[in-house]
Design a protein around this ligand. Structure first.
Ligand code: ADP
Ligand code: MG
Ligand code: ZN
Length: 481
């Protein structure tokens, strides 16, 4: 079965969060009552003229620059003609031969057990969104809402550089994280702000030429992308290994049945009768305009990763993991600024805190543990006020109540016993009370000390510093010998 290699390329539609639509002044609020945010321009009435929204252009440029794309010196819009009830003009204003940007690259960082890789960006261009059809259950009529018509979109097209569904999944995650850094879209797949179509083909392993692809639409989450691609690999493999062929077509993912279904046969560029949009003249972007947008770019994950390694002494894996998401990286840096030791802070975030996020299906900022509280926790361990074992329980209590760790330690009587006088006395009691373990130990069964340490920990209600307890027991045992 491994005689085939999988090839995957992605097309992502990103709604740019501007206040007004791409070619008119209508607002873009999500969830407003149907057809309340429309005007003659976005309804495609005769005689109207589109005007390009400057902010849309800037947001698009921001993404293009962050994806290391080359910027088109002269921009042009085209009409892409097709008939569908959600498209009031009968054409979509899009870009064709002179897209906003092209030839970029997205660096996908290493995951726990998989190396980093790069995905080339073929192009990223501006276009307008279509309206939305609403099919009411039980009704034979369909309704249309044109609020979405004319919402600005950036279509990002990758080269076919991915080889597994998992790589496609990681590429999308990295892309989403990068877009979140840029603050140009809410990137919410449930609201349709981020939508993805996946293209996939198989070819004999080692072949240079690409196989015939199918395109899968209607993917509402990255998990669906991964599952749909895995299904499509099996389907195409079966077709090819039984001497059949793959037909170039558009398919839909049915998540309930877990299958892809034929939607329509492939359409080609000539089907759309592209021609230049006569109402939007081509224009030249000045390099100062591009530079001005470049200056607004934040520090992005690859650069932030390098800085975290240098400034905080983190490993490339830790730095990559923390900087992948802006809010994680910001949280880490706030905790360090509040005094948290960088390495320990990174470990707490990647360990207990992210585990709690996964368990509760929330973000780190929802955990009721502000960065300053984490910093205090790290310092309590650092100063041996609490053992790392106790700190885990302390964190659980912090997540429950939202309290700072220092008052909690006092309230719960949690401080670690590091006073050797107290431990010395307790150790003597333990030695006296457990003659069997003591004689075993003295007869050479060194393991027996573990039992005694356990007894000592129990006597101190788990509050002894375990290393200190071990050392003190050893010395008490030596004395008595
Ligand atoms: P189309 O003309 O069907 O839109 P494009 O060449 O524009 O095709 O590519 C659309 C997407 O499909 C891109 O992301 C591209 O990387 C990917 N792609 C193109 N050919 C293949 C193929 N043979 N197998 C897998 N993906 C492909
Ligand atoms: Mg396409
Ligand atoms: Zn409008």
């Amino acid at each position: 079965m491994s005689a085939f290699e999988t090839v995957i390329g992605l097309e992502v539609h990103l709604q740019l969060a501007t206040r007004t639509k791409i070619f008119c002044g209508c607002p873009t609020l999500f969830g407003s009552s149907p057809n309340s945010q429309t005007c003659p321009v976005c309804l495609g009435l005769p005689g109207v003229l589109p005007v390009l929204n400057r902010r849309t252009l800037e947001s698009g440029l921001k993404v293009a620059l962050a994806l290391n794309c080359r910027i088109q010196p002269a921009l042009k819009f085209h009409r892409k003609n097709y008939f569908y009830p959600d498209l009031p003009k009968g054409f979509q204003i899009s870009q064709y031969d002179l897209p906003l940007s092209f030839e970029g690259v997205l660096e996908v960082p290493a995951a726990a057990e998989a190396p980093a890789f790069a995905v080339r960006i073929h192009r990223a261009h501006l276009e307008e969104d279509a309206g939305k059809l609403v099919h009411k259950e039980g009704s034979r009529a369909s309704l249309v809402d044109y609020n979405r018509a004319g919402i600005p979109l950036l279509e990002i097209v990758t080269e076919p550089d991915m080889r597994t569904p998992e790589e496609a999944y990681r590429c999308l995650q990295t892309l989403k994280h990068t877009l979140q850094y840029l603050d140009v879209s809410d990137c919410d797949m449930e609201k349709g702000s981020l939508r993805c179509d996946a293209n996939i083909s198989l070819r004999p392993a080692g072949a240079k030429e690409l196989g015939v692809k199918t395109e899968i639409k209607n993917l509402n989450s990255f998990k669906h992308v991964r599952n749909a691609l895995a299904y499509e690999i099996r389907r195409q493999q079966e077709a090819l290994s039984s001497g059949g062929k793959v037909i170039q077509e558009t398919r839909l993912w049915d998540d309930v049945k877990g299958v892809t279904l034929l939607m329509r046969s492939k359409e080609f560029a000539h089907d759309y009768r592209y021609f230049p949009e006569p109402d939007l003249v081509p224009f030249v972007l000045q390099s100062e305009e591009i530079q001005a947008v470049r200056r607004t770019l934040p520090e992005l994950p690859p650069a932030r990763t390098r800085r975290f390694m240098e400034q905080y002494g983190l490993s490339s894996y830790d730095a990559g993991r923390l900087t992948s998401e802006k809010q994680l990286a910001d949280y880490f840096e706030s905790a360090v600024q509040a005094g948290g030791v960088p390495k320990a802070t990174a470990n707490w975030i990647q360990g207990d805190l992210l585990a709690a996020c996964r368990e509760r299906n929330v973000e780190i900022l929802d955990l009721k543990v502000p960065a300053a509280h984490l910093a205090q926790l790290v310092l309590l361990v650092e100063h041996q006020t609490v053992s790392s074992r106790m700190a885990k329980d302390l964190l659980k209590a912090m997540m429950k109540t939202g309290e700072a760790p220092e008052p909690l330690v006092k309230r719960l009587g949690m401080s670690q016993v590091t006073d050797s006088g107290t431990l010395q006395a307790a150790a003597q009691t333990v030695v006296q009370g457990n003659p069997k373990a003591v004689s075993d130990y003295r007869a050479g069964k060194r393991q027996a000390i573990k039992f005694l340490v356990g007894q000592l920990m129990a006597r101190t209600k788990g509050q002894a510093n375990p290393e200190l307890a071990h050392r003190i027991l050893e010395s008490v045992l030596k004395e008595g010998a």
